[in-house]
Design a protein around this ligand. Sequence first.
Ligand SMILES: [Zn+2]
Length: 142
Amino acid sequence: MTETSHGAGCVFCKIVAGDIPAHKVYEDDETIAFLDAYPVSSGHTLVVPKKPVENIFDTDETTLDAVMRTVRKVAPAVRDAVGARGVHINSNHGATAGQIVPHLHFHIVPRHERSEFSFWPQHEIDTSDAEAIAEKVRMHLK
Ligand SMILES: [Zn+2]
């Protein structure tokens, strides 16, 4: 698969094609999983579809289903391989959300201790506008 909807420079398409090396841990007809070259923690693994989709906004359900089956299969293996107690399953969609490679991917990040690091700050929900936001989301689902 050399032609992509997001440019010939896509690093994940190159990994899928075998044009650049990766520490591959799993592969099937629709997906591959490999170690992240810039891990948050040891064992940090990426799961990507072979189909060159960009993110959740342009991914068909069949492709997403295949990716999530692979996430489900690989996550416990990653956890056990590094003796972790849990994993984050994280995915960024769009540059403003921190998506760096424009090819759909899910991170599996092993966690040993809760205090190791934090992905984002949280605060209690603002009840003054929460229901209005929920209603807007429901409207966009129609
Ligand atoms: Zn790609």
